[in-house]
Write a protein that binds this ligand. Structure first.
Ligand SMILES: [Zn+2]
Length: 174
């Protein structure tokens, strides 16, 4: 199977142009930013040598037009496209890419993450250097020292109200 793997230029956690999974597998990846013509690139590659699958990591960073172009890749080129990304940002707002993927995808698969309390984690808290949660500012901070923690909705709200995640964790854990 000839697969093309993309990841967002913004994500440099694993070094440029590489997608890594938590179980240790990794693959070289092409980078996309909001100006990348995904359909043209994929089509050109496909004409050169047939592609069987396209995988897009960090797909929350796709633009509306790019999600639409990827749907053309499926509908016109008949190549399956798999997108993996976050649904919401630390403010609880949909990322643009995720908004249109949720709207236009053929199939949605929700990967479950668990909060420290055992409930389903549906929210992402952004913590500053001192571990204090905050939900204001830019959607994406490049090269910052903040940390992201997946929590359930209840503890997302409580952490923001209390101004501390640790306090709530200590209370819940007794
Ligand atoms: Zn929780």
């Amino acid at each position: 199977m000839r697969t093309i793997v993309y990841t967002a230029e913004i994500d440099d956690r694993f070094g440029a142009g590489k997608v890594s999974s938590r179980i240790g597998l990794s693959s070289p990846a092409r980078l996309f930013n909001q100006h990348t013509s995904l359909k043209d690139e994929i089509n050109n590659e496909h004409q050169r040598e047939p592609i069987h699958c396209v995988l897009v990591d960090e797909s929350q960073f796709l633009t509306r037009e790019q999600v639409y172009a990827l749907s053309d890749v499926v509908d016109e080129l008949d190549i399956p496209v798999l997108c993996y990304g976050l649904r919401t940002d630390f403010r609880g707002e949909l990322f643009t890419g995720s908004q249109y993927l949720l709207a236009w995808s053929d199939k949605l698969v929700e990967l479950k993450t668990i909060c420290f309390c055992g409930r389903k984690a549906s929210m992402v808290l952004r913590l500053d250097q001192e571990g204090r949660p905050y939900n204001e500012g830019e959607q994406v901070v490049i090269g910052g020292n903040e940390r992201y923690v997946s929590v359930c909705r209840k503890h997302y709200k409580e952490a923001l109200t209390e101004g501390s995640l640790a306090t709530i964790q200590n209370r819940v854990r007794g």
